[in-house]
Design a protein around this ligand. Structure first.
Ligand code: FES
Length: 150
């Protein structure tokens, strides 16, 4: 295992006896490709993160995010191209605004804004992809199940 792979190896989640269900909306051109690269290099990331491949994060609507929570997700994140690098010009900026809006709704309805996040990365950044997956897995594990799942 190389040094870089060792750095991004799966961190053990806090021992709470709870495995969160996390949905990640991943752009085909960056985060999904980075996940693929992580797989090719046998770099592990938490298996409880379900990837939904989208052509661009600009396609992810507030309704999709809220539906994910309604359908049992404890946490959701959107992973798009680096700012300025979206293949559809402004899709990731639209996604950023929608995530910000969805966070407000999640706070208002008692689910909590911290259960939702947006990240930007490139297709080559498989280490960052794994890091983001671990960040969200640790955060949601610590927070416990979504109020909708209790
Ligand atoms: Fe990747 Fe738009 S093409 S976020």
């Amino acid at each position: 295992m190389s040094d870089q792979q060792e750095q991004v190896a799966v961190k053990e989640a806090p021992k709470t006896g709870f495995t969160p269900r996390i949905v990640a909306f991943t752009c085909n051109f960056c985060a999904y490709a980075a996940a693929d690269l992580a797989g090719s290099t046998r770099t592990e990331y938490p298996v409880n993160i379900k990837l939904i491949r989208v052509p661009c994060t600009g396609r992810v609507d507030v309704v999709h995010i809220l539906k994910a929570f309604e359908n049992g997700a404890d946490g959701v994140y959107v992973a798009g191209c680096l700012e300025g690098n979206c293949h559809f010009a402004e899709g990731n900026y639209w996604a950023k605004r929608r995530v910000r809006y969805a966070k407000k709704i999640l706070d208002e309805i008692g689910i909590g804004a911290r259960r939702l996040e947006m990240f930007n990365l490139s297709a080559a950044m498989f280490g960052r992809f794994v890091e983001v997956a671990n960040i969200m897995n640790d955060r949601i594990t610590e927070m416990g199940p979504s109020p909708l799942n209790k």
